[in-house]
Design a protein around this ligand. Sequence first.
Ligand code: ADP
Ligand code: MG
Length: 302
Amino acid sequence: ATPTAIMVATGKGATQGILIKGGQALEAAHKVKTVIFDKTGTLTIGKPIVVDTKLFKDVRRQEFYNTIAAAEVNSEHPLAKAVVEYSKRITGELSSHGSEKHEVSDFEAIPGQGIRAVVDGKATLVGNMRLMKESQIEISEEVQEHLHETETLARTGVMVAINSEVVGVISIADPVKPEAAKVISILKSMGIRSMMVTGDNWGTATAIARELGIDRPSIHAESLPEDKARIVKEIQATGTTVAMVGDGINDSPALVAADVGMAIGAGTDIAIEAADIVLMKSNLDDVITGIDLSRKTFRRIQ
Ligand code: ADP
Ligand code: MG
């Protein structure tokens, strides 16, 4: 394509809310054979909400939430925001003191796992199985069964351990975007395979993938940021042009590695910086619009 054609296509993209940062990505997009989607905030709405709480110890629910919200308020993670929101909601307007009255130190966010902090002198962990295992927390049969149930419902079960004991499991739901299944089926009709990579657990990932028509071999769960990038490179190594669509800090290595990195406009600044194309409307339809635009621009002259 001529520089003029590329400029025209870039301009056309911009009017449709598709920000194309360079001609190279626009060119690569017409050759894409696999699109790898991040789950949370990309295929799902990304505004997760707490839908259920199971307490395994004798603690007051409000106290439980206030304590962990005091720690999670330091995290940027969507699941952390859900916990903080929920804590505020059940604390209510009547009580002015919520999480602020708790003393938090040694806060640490562990990517793909959760958070760790000392709250009111107690070692507090909020996160997934990997986090618990790495801290040698024992997971009872009862907790395991409850987690399994939660995941079957396509929800994420977040465990809370205080002083090395699992005190509760929070179930968090994050529905899929209304256009997601349709986009995946259209991509298929265009000869493009859709895959899902997520840091979330296998159970939840499989339940969401089923809703969207993504088959089992196309799912990668419990992936750390570096795993996501590695998966991109492995597929590229088979001679396949890969697009990665993501919204999070944890997606940025994969967005950089992909032939076409597409960031969700509502995503984090780091993902937007790492991407070649930004979907300003955060609508997955624009993955197709972007590829179409590239096909029209580059196929014509070949
Ligand atoms: P995704 O790839 O789906 O965007 P992440 O890699 O960000 O997911 O996180 C993977 C998992 O780590 C989450 O599903 C959750 O179980 C756990 N996790 C990460 N950060 C937090 C947090 N701040 N609070 C609770 N759990 C967390
Ligand atoms: Mg995400």
